[in-house]
Write a protein of this length. Structure first.
Length: 166
């Protein structure tokens, strides 16, 4: 018997994955007071919409003080079918001093996104619940990243890294 199995990646798969991102952001809010519940919902839906179309490169949520990142969670989209782990969300550090820090979110797009016409990108952006503006890449030179989680469905999803300032 011979056959071919195809797996499709849908908005349902993407929302499953981003529900875990939302859980991490809810923990961040519980520990540090930000982002707001409304923003958690918007960030999760934005990530789901981008993941479903394979337009997401990375998305980062964290805190900066004096222009430098002091704590961040970064989620990197993986659509190559190699994600085998589907961890539980959590282990968001709870003891980082974020006094005087501002919350930020930074997003990059995938190569698939870059192949779209400008009009297609603009039309898709208009459907997203988060209105992003251009900005400077977050400065993470004064600390370290550690890979600690992956969230997936059908072999696709995101790998998570956590940044802590030195």
């Amino acid at each position: 018997m011979s056959g071919t199995q195809t797996q499709s990646w849908t908005i349902t798969h993407a929302r499953y994955v981003t529900s875990k991102i939302a859980a991490d952001l809810d923990l961040m809010r519980s520990h540090y007071g930000r982002p707001s519940e409304i923003n958690v919902t918007a960030y999760a839906e934005e990530a789901a919409m981008l993941l479903a179309k394979r337009y997401l490169g990375t998305v980062e949520y964290g805190f900066k003080r004096d222009g430098r990142v002091i704590f961040s969670l970064k989620f990197e989209a993986r659509s190559d079918g190699t994600l085998s782990g589907d961890d539980r969300p959590g282990r968001v550090p709870a003891t980082i001093d974020v006094s005087g820090a501002s919350f930020y979110s930074w997003l990059t797009y995938s190569a698939t996104w870059d192949q779209l016409e400008a009009s297609e990108r603009a039309a898709f952006k208009a459907t997203l619940p988060v209105d992003r503006v251009n900005g400077d890449t977050p400065v993470t030179a004064f600390g370290s990243w550690s890979s600690d989680r992956s969230y997936s469905s059908n072999g696709e999803g995101v790998s998570r890294q956590t940044f802590r300032a030195a």
